[in-house]
Write a new protein. Structure first.
Length: 389
Protein backbone atom coordinates (compact mmCIF):
# COMPACT_ATOMS: atom_id res chain seq x y z
CA UNK A 1 0.00 0.00 0.00
CA UNK A 2 1.20 3.51 -0.83
CA UNK A 3 0.32 6.96 0.45
CA UNK A 4 0.69 10.08 -1.69
CA UNK A 5 0.71 13.25 0.39
CA UNK A 6 1.35 17.00 0.42
CA UNK A 7 0.51 17.56 -3.26
CA UNK A 8 -2.00 19.82 -4.91
CA UNK A 9 -4.31 17.31 -6.58
CA UNK A 10 -6.64 18.06 -9.47
CA UNK A 11 -9.12 15.19 -9.25
CA UNK A 12 -11.12 16.41 -12.31
CA UNK A 13 -14.24 14.73 -10.94
CA UNK A 14 -14.43 16.86 -7.79
CA UNK A 15 -12.80 19.63 -5.82
CA UNK A 16 -9.16 20.57 -6.11
CA UNK A 17 -7.28 19.25 -3.07
CA UNK A 18 -4.82 21.95 -2.05
CA UNK A 19 -2.98 19.65 0.34
CA UNK A 20 -4.08 16.33 -1.05
CA UNK A 21 -3.55 12.76 -0.03
CA UNK A 22 -4.21 9.57 -1.96
CA UNK A 23 -4.09 5.99 -0.69
CA UNK A 24 -3.24 3.33 -3.25
CA UNK A 25 -3.92 -0.34 -2.53
CA UNK A 26 -1.78 -3.30 -3.55
CA UNK A 27 -3.80 -3.84 -6.75
CA UNK A 28 -2.99 -0.33 -8.02
CA UNK A 29 -6.43 1.13 -7.26
CA UNK A 30 -7.23 4.33 -5.37
CA UNK A 31 -8.72 3.28 -2.02
CA UNK A 32 -9.06 6.77 -0.53
CA UNK A 33 -8.47 10.37 -1.58
CA UNK A 34 -8.89 13.62 0.32
CA UNK A 35 -7.07 16.10 2.53
CA UNK A 36 -7.18 14.09 5.77
CA UNK A 37 -6.66 10.34 5.47
CA UNK A 38 -5.82 7.59 7.90
CA UNK A 39 -3.15 5.21 6.62
CA UNK A 40 -1.54 2.04 8.01
CA UNK A 41 1.71 2.53 9.89
CA UNK A 42 3.72 0.47 7.39
CA UNK A 43 2.46 2.27 4.28
CA UNK A 44 5.01 3.42 1.70
CA UNK A 45 4.92 7.23 1.75
CA UNK A 46 5.47 9.34 -1.35
CA UNK A 47 5.83 12.96 -0.30
CA UNK A 48 5.19 15.36 -3.17
CA UNK A 49 5.46 18.63 -1.30
CA UNK A 50 5.24 21.59 -3.66
CA UNK A 51 4.18 19.39 -6.59
CA UNK A 52 0.96 19.21 -8.60
CA UNK A 53 -0.80 15.94 -9.45
CA UNK A 54 -3.16 15.35 -12.38
CA UNK A 55 -4.92 12.20 -13.54
CA UNK A 56 -2.93 10.34 -16.16
CA UNK A 57 -3.66 11.88 -19.54
CA UNK A 58 -5.86 9.98 -21.97
CA UNK A 59 -5.15 10.19 -25.71
CA UNK A 60 -8.27 9.18 -27.63
CA UNK A 61 -6.61 8.96 -31.06
CA UNK A 62 -3.08 7.68 -31.46
CA UNK A 63 -0.97 5.48 -33.71
CA UNK A 64 1.61 4.75 -31.02
CA UNK A 65 3.20 1.35 -31.57
CA UNK A 66 1.97 0.89 -35.16
CA UNK A 67 3.60 3.74 -37.10
CA UNK A 68 7.31 2.97 -37.39
CA UNK A 69 8.60 5.43 -34.79
CA UNK A 70 12.38 5.02 -35.05
CA UNK A 71 11.91 2.05 -37.39
CA UNK A 72 11.22 3.70 -40.73
CA UNK A 73 8.86 2.25 -43.32
CA UNK A 74 9.28 -1.30 -42.02
CA UNK A 75 7.18 -0.31 -39.02
CA UNK A 76 4.38 1.46 -40.91
CA UNK A 77 1.59 -0.96 -40.04
CA UNK A 78 -1.36 1.43 -39.74
CA UNK A 79 -2.99 1.12 -43.18
CA UNK A 80 -3.83 -2.23 -44.78
CA UNK A 81 -3.74 -2.04 -48.58
CA UNK A 82 -4.88 -2.40 -51.30
CA UNK A 83 -8.44 -3.26 -50.21
CA UNK A 84 -10.26 -0.03 -49.25
CA UNK A 85 -12.64 -1.91 -46.92
CA UNK A 86 -10.84 -3.52 -43.98
CA UNK A 87 -13.27 -4.26 -41.18
CA UNK A 88 -11.41 -7.50 -40.53
CA UNK A 89 -8.21 -5.92 -39.20
CA UNK A 90 -7.41 -4.72 -35.69
CA UNK A 91 -4.66 -2.31 -34.65
CA UNK A 92 -3.95 -4.61 -31.71
CA UNK A 93 -2.34 -7.11 -34.07
CA UNK A 94 0.23 -4.53 -35.18
CA UNK A 95 1.06 -2.81 -31.87
CA UNK A 96 4.66 -3.11 -30.69
CA UNK A 97 4.80 -2.29 -26.96
CA UNK A 98 8.59 -1.97 -27.05
CA UNK A 99 8.52 0.67 -29.77
CA UNK A 100 10.01 3.93 -28.51
CA UNK A 101 6.69 5.71 -29.08
CA UNK A 102 5.25 4.11 -25.95
CA UNK A 103 8.11 5.62 -23.96
CA UNK A 104 7.30 8.99 -25.49
CA UNK A 105 3.69 8.65 -24.40
CA UNK A 106 4.77 7.98 -20.81
CA UNK A 107 7.15 10.96 -20.95
CA UNK A 108 4.22 13.08 -22.14
CA UNK A 109 2.06 12.01 -19.20
CA UNK A 110 -0.21 9.80 -21.32
CA UNK A 111 -1.18 6.70 -19.36
CA UNK A 112 -4.07 5.50 -21.55
CA UNK A 113 -4.32 5.51 -25.34
CA UNK A 114 -6.81 4.55 -27.96
CA UNK A 115 -4.71 3.14 -30.80
CA UNK A 116 -6.50 3.19 -34.14
CA UNK A 117 -5.62 2.31 -37.73
CA UNK A 118 -4.67 5.09 -40.12
CA UNK A 119 -6.92 7.03 -42.47
CA UNK A 120 -5.92 5.50 -45.77
CA UNK A 121 -9.14 3.52 -46.21
CA UNK A 122 -12.88 4.29 -46.06
CA UNK A 123 -13.10 1.37 -43.60
CA UNK A 124 -9.76 1.10 -41.81
CA UNK A 125 -10.25 -1.46 -39.06
CA UNK A 126 -10.76 -1.75 -35.32
CA UNK A 127 -9.08 0.25 -32.57
CA UNK A 128 -8.39 -0.62 -28.96
CA UNK A 129 -7.48 1.05 -25.66
CA UNK A 130 -4.45 0.22 -23.56
CA UNK A 131 -2.11 1.51 -20.91
CA UNK A 132 1.17 3.01 -22.11
CA UNK A 133 3.49 0.74 -20.09
CA UNK A 134 4.20 -2.96 -20.42
CA UNK A 135 5.97 -5.56 -22.52
CA UNK A 136 3.05 -7.78 -23.59
CA UNK A 137 0.41 -5.76 -25.43
CA UNK A 138 -2.38 -8.15 -24.43
CA UNK A 139 -1.65 -7.42 -20.77
CA UNK A 140 -1.82 -3.68 -21.42
CA UNK A 141 -5.26 -3.74 -23.08
CA UNK A 142 -8.17 -2.32 -21.10
CA UNK A 143 -10.79 -2.44 -23.85
CA UNK A 144 -10.89 -4.13 -27.25
CA UNK A 145 -12.38 -3.08 -29.59
CA UNK A 146 -13.18 0.55 -28.88
CA UNK A 147 -14.46 1.47 -32.31
CA UNK A 148 -14.26 0.96 -36.06
CA UNK A 149 -12.10 3.47 -37.90
CA UNK A 150 -13.38 5.10 -41.08
CA UNK A 151 -12.10 7.94 -43.22
CA UNK A 152 -13.40 10.59 -45.58
CA UNK A 153 -11.60 13.26 -47.57
CA UNK A 154 -8.26 13.26 -49.36
CA UNK A 155 -6.49 10.25 -47.86
CA UNK A 156 -8.70 7.47 -49.30
CA UNK A 157 -8.78 9.30 -52.65
CA UNK A 158 -4.99 9.61 -52.71
CA UNK A 159 -4.25 6.07 -51.60
CA UNK A 160 -6.72 4.37 -53.90
CA UNK A 161 -7.93 6.57 -56.76
CA UNK A 162 -4.58 8.21 -57.40
CA UNK A 163 -2.19 5.60 -56.06
CA UNK A 164 -3.87 2.42 -57.33
CA UNK A 165 -6.38 3.58 -59.95
CA UNK A 166 -9.23 1.94 -58.05
CA UNK A 167 -12.22 3.15 -56.07
CA UNK A 168 -12.53 5.44 -54.29
CA UNK A 169 -11.25 8.25 -56.45
CA UNK A 170 -13.72 10.90 -55.26
CA UNK A 171 -15.53 11.97 -52.11
CA UNK A 172 -18.67 10.47 -53.62
CA UNK A 173 -16.92 7.15 -54.03
CA UNK A 174 -15.62 7.12 -50.47
CA UNK A 175 -19.06 7.82 -48.99
CA UNK A 176 -20.58 5.26 -51.36
CA UNK A 177 -18.21 2.52 -50.23
CA UNK A 178 -18.94 3.26 -46.57
CA UNK A 179 -22.68 3.20 -47.18
CA UNK A 180 -22.42 0.00 -49.22
CA UNK A 181 -20.30 -1.67 -46.51
CA UNK A 182 -22.80 -1.02 -43.76
CA UNK A 183 -25.73 -2.17 -45.88
CA UNK A 184 -23.87 -5.42 -46.50
CA UNK A 185 -23.31 -5.66 -42.73
CA UNK A 186 -27.03 -5.18 -42.09
CA UNK A 187 -27.97 -7.90 -44.56
CA UNK A 188 -25.32 -10.16 -43.07
CA UNK A 189 -26.71 -9.55 -39.57
CA UNK A 190 -30.22 -10.47 -40.67
CA UNK A 191 -29.01 -13.74 -42.15
CA UNK A 192 -26.93 -14.47 -39.07
CA UNK A 193 -29.91 -13.95 -36.78
CA UNK A 194 -32.13 -16.13 -38.96
CA UNK A 195 -29.55 -18.92 -38.88
CA UNK A 196 -29.32 -18.73 -35.09
CA UNK A 197 -33.10 -18.71 -34.75
CA UNK A 198 -33.43 -21.78 -36.93
CA UNK A 199 -30.45 -23.60 -35.43
CA UNK A 200 -28.52 -23.58 -38.70
CA UNK A 201 -24.78 -23.23 -39.17
CA UNK A 202 -23.51 -19.86 -40.35
CA UNK A 203 -20.18 -18.84 -41.85
CA UNK A 204 -18.71 -15.82 -40.09
CA UNK A 205 -17.36 -12.98 -42.21
CA UNK A 206 -14.83 -11.08 -40.09
CA UNK A 207 -14.92 -8.13 -42.47
CA UNK A 208 -18.64 -7.67 -41.79
CA UNK A 209 -18.60 -8.62 -38.11
CA UNK A 210 -16.96 -5.29 -37.23
CA UNK A 211 -19.59 -3.26 -39.07
CA UNK A 212 -22.32 -5.33 -37.45
CA UNK A 213 -20.94 -4.34 -34.03
CA UNK A 214 -21.31 -0.71 -35.10
CA UNK A 215 -24.86 -1.19 -36.39
CA UNK A 216 -25.82 -2.88 -33.12
CA UNK A 217 -24.23 0.01 -31.19
CA UNK A 218 -21.70 -2.17 -29.46
CA UNK A 219 -18.93 0.14 -30.67
CA UNK A 220 -18.93 3.53 -32.44
CA UNK A 221 -17.78 4.44 -35.94
CA UNK A 222 -14.77 6.76 -35.63
CA UNK A 223 -14.63 8.89 -38.77
CA UNK A 224 -11.52 10.76 -39.90
CA UNK A 225 -12.80 14.09 -41.24
CA UNK A 226 -10.88 17.38 -41.41
CA UNK A 227 -12.83 19.60 -43.79
CA UNK A 228 -16.26 21.00 -42.93
CA UNK A 229 -18.02 19.29 -45.83
CA UNK A 230 -16.48 15.93 -44.92
CA UNK A 231 -17.59 16.40 -41.32
CA UNK A 232 -21.16 17.05 -42.49
CA UNK A 233 -21.02 14.00 -44.76
CA UNK A 234 -19.85 11.87 -41.85
CA UNK A 235 -22.79 13.04 -39.76
CA UNK A 236 -25.22 12.48 -42.63
CA UNK A 237 -24.00 8.92 -43.11
CA UNK A 238 -24.05 8.07 -39.41
CA UNK A 239 -27.52 9.49 -38.90
CA UNK A 240 -28.78 7.65 -41.99
CA UNK A 241 -27.34 4.41 -40.59
CA UNK A 242 -28.46 5.20 -37.01
CA UNK A 243 -25.05 4.48 -35.51
CA UNK A 244 -22.95 6.03 -32.75
CA UNK A 245 -19.89 7.91 -33.97
CA UNK A 246 -17.12 10.37 -33.24
CA UNK A 247 -15.51 12.89 -35.56
CA UNK A 248 -11.75 12.39 -35.61
CA UNK A 249 -9.64 15.57 -36.12
CA UNK A 250 -12.58 17.94 -36.79
CA UNK A 251 -10.14 20.58 -38.06
CA UNK A 252 -12.86 22.75 -39.64
CA UNK A 253 -15.18 22.28 -36.69
CA UNK A 254 -14.88 25.95 -35.75
CA UNK A 255 -16.62 26.86 -39.02
CA UNK A 256 -19.73 24.83 -38.13
CA UNK A 257 -19.53 24.72 -34.33
CA UNK A 258 -23.20 25.47 -33.64
CA UNK A 259 -24.26 22.76 -36.10
CA UNK A 260 -21.99 20.23 -34.38
CA UNK A 261 -23.29 21.20 -30.95
CA UNK A 262 -26.89 20.79 -32.10
CA UNK A 263 -26.00 17.32 -33.41
CA UNK A 264 -24.40 16.31 -30.10
CA UNK A 265 -21.11 15.48 -31.81
CA UNK A 266 -18.18 14.00 -29.91
CA UNK A 267 -15.11 15.71 -31.43
CA UNK A 268 -11.61 14.28 -31.11
CA UNK A 269 -9.65 17.41 -31.99
CA UNK A 270 -6.07 17.43 -33.18
CA UNK A 271 -3.26 17.11 -33.81
CA UNK A 272 -2.36 20.54 -32.53
CA UNK A 273 0.85 22.53 -32.97
CA UNK A 274 0.47 21.72 -36.66
CA UNK A 275 1.09 23.35 -40.01
CA UNK A 276 -1.53 23.83 -42.71
CA UNK A 277 0.17 21.12 -44.71
CA UNK A 278 -2.66 20.02 -46.97
CA UNK A 279 -5.88 21.13 -48.60
CA UNK A 280 -8.02 19.83 -45.75
CA UNK A 281 -6.15 21.75 -43.05
CA UNK A 282 -6.11 25.15 -44.75
CA UNK A 283 -8.51 26.48 -42.09
CA UNK A 284 -6.52 25.13 -39.13
CA UNK A 285 -6.61 27.41 -36.10
CA UNK A 286 -5.43 27.01 -32.52
CA UNK A 287 -8.80 28.46 -31.48
CA UNK A 288 -10.67 25.39 -32.72
CA UNK A 289 -10.89 23.50 -29.38
CA UNK A 290 -12.09 26.63 -27.56
CA UNK A 291 -14.65 27.57 -30.22
CA UNK A 292 -16.08 24.05 -30.25
CA UNK A 293 -16.15 23.73 -26.45
CA UNK A 294 -17.71 27.15 -25.97
CA UNK A 295 -20.41 26.24 -28.49
CA UNK A 296 -21.28 23.16 -26.42
CA UNK A 297 -19.40 20.43 -28.30
CA UNK A 298 -17.75 17.74 -26.17
CA UNK A 299 -14.07 17.94 -27.10
CA UNK A 300 -11.20 15.54 -26.53
CA UNK A 301 -7.72 16.72 -27.48
CA UNK A 302 -5.68 14.12 -29.38
CA UNK A 303 -2.08 13.75 -30.50
CA UNK A 304 -2.63 11.60 -33.59
CA UNK A 305 0.94 10.48 -32.80
CA UNK A 306 3.30 10.66 -34.61
CA UNK A 307 1.74 13.74 -36.22
CA UNK A 308 1.98 15.44 -32.85
CA UNK A 309 4.65 13.69 -30.82
CA UNK A 310 3.06 12.31 -27.65
CA UNK A 311 5.79 13.94 -25.57
CA UNK A 312 4.25 17.34 -26.32
CA UNK A 313 0.63 16.59 -25.46
CA UNK A 314 0.70 18.99 -22.49
CA UNK A 315 2.02 21.74 -24.77
CA UNK A 316 -1.03 21.22 -27.01
CA UNK A 317 -3.21 21.66 -23.94
CA UNK A 318 -1.36 24.84 -23.04
CA UNK A 319 -1.87 26.30 -26.52
CA UNK A 320 -5.57 25.37 -26.48
CA UNK A 321 -5.90 27.09 -23.10
CA UNK A 322 -4.01 30.14 -24.37
CA UNK A 323 -6.45 30.47 -27.27
CA UNK A 324 -9.58 30.58 -25.16
CA UNK A 325 -10.31 27.14 -23.71
CA UNK A 326 -10.86 27.44 -19.96
CA UNK A 327 -8.44 25.72 -17.61
CA UNK A 328 -11.13 23.30 -16.45
CA UNK A 329 -12.29 22.48 -19.98
CA UNK A 330 -8.72 21.94 -21.16
CA UNK A 331 -8.03 19.55 -18.31
CA UNK A 332 -11.24 17.65 -18.98
CA UNK A 333 -10.43 17.46 -22.70
CA UNK A 334 -7.22 15.59 -21.83
CA UNK A 335 -8.62 13.29 -19.14
CA UNK A 336 -12.27 12.48 -18.48
CA UNK A 337 -13.72 13.48 -21.89
CA UNK A 338 -11.51 11.07 -23.88
CA UNK A 339 -11.93 8.39 -21.20
CA UNK A 340 -15.69 8.62 -21.65
CA UNK A 341 -15.41 8.72 -25.43
CA UNK A 342 -13.49 5.45 -25.60
CA UNK A 343 -15.54 3.78 -22.88
CA UNK A 344 -12.94 3.45 -20.12
CA UNK A 345 -14.05 6.16 -17.68
CA UNK A 346 -14.86 3.50 -15.09
CA UNK A 347 -11.10 3.04 -14.70
CA UNK A 348 -9.31 6.21 -15.80
CA UNK A 349 -9.79 9.90 -16.57
CA UNK A 350 -10.18 11.19 -13.01
CA UNK A 351 -8.81 10.48 -9.54
CA UNK A 352 -11.57 8.75 -7.60
CA UNK A 353 -11.92 5.86 -5.18
CA UNK A 354 -12.01 2.58 -7.09
CA UNK A 355 -10.26 3.88 -10.20
CA UNK A 356 -6.76 3.01 -11.35
CA UNK A 357 -4.01 4.99 -9.64
CA UNK A 358 -2.81 6.54 -12.92
CA UNK A 359 -1.42 10.02 -12.33
CA UNK A 360 1.33 12.44 -13.26
CA UNK A 361 3.45 14.61 -11.01
CA UNK A 362 4.25 18.12 -12.26
CA UNK A 363 6.78 20.60 -10.97
CA UNK A 364 4.14 23.34 -11.00
CA UNK A 365 0.76 24.34 -12.37
CA UNK A 366 -0.25 22.70 -15.65
CA UNK A 367 -0.22 24.61 -18.94
CA UNK A 368 2.58 26.95 -17.88
CA UNK A 369 5.88 27.08 -19.74
CA UNK A 370 7.92 26.49 -16.58
CA UNK A 371 6.06 23.36 -15.46
CA UNK A 372 7.37 19.92 -16.44
CA UNK A 373 6.16 16.37 -15.94
CA UNK A 374 8.51 14.88 -13.37
CA UNK A 375 6.94 11.44 -12.95
CA UNK A 376 4.25 9.29 -14.52
CA UNK A 377 2.49 6.55 -12.57
CA UNK A 378 0.33 3.71 -13.87
CA UNK A 379 -1.60 1.69 -11.32
CA UNK A 380 0.60 3.06 -8.58
CA UNK A 381 3.89 2.18 -10.26
CA UNK A 382 6.32 4.81 -11.55
CA UNK A 383 6.77 4.24 -15.28
CA UNK A 384 8.59 7.46 -16.15
CA UNK A 385 10.93 9.74 -14.21
CA UNK A 386 12.32 12.87 -15.77
CA UNK A 387 16.11 12.69 -16.04
CA UNK A 388 18.22 15.32 -14.36
CA UNK A 389 20.12 17.33 -16.97
Amino acid sequence: MKLVKNAKIYTVSGAVLENGMMLIDDTGKISAIGETLQAPADVEVMDFSGKVILPGLVDAHSHVGIWGDGEGSAGYDGNEMPDPVNGKVNALDAANPLQRSFGGAREGGITTLQIVPGSGNPIGGLGFACKSAGTIIDDMVIKNPTGLKGALGENPKKNHGQGRKQAPSTRMGTAGLIREYFHKCADYGTKKDEAAKNGKTFDLDMNLESGLKVLRKEIPFRVHAHRHDDIVTAIRLCEELDINYSIEHCTDGHLIADFLAAKGVQAQVGPGLSSRAKLETANFTDKNPAILTNAGVKVSLITDHPFLDSRYFMAYGAVSHKYGMSFEDTLRAMTINPAESIGVADRVGSLEVGKDADFIVLSGEPFTYTSVIEKTFIEGQCVFERPTY
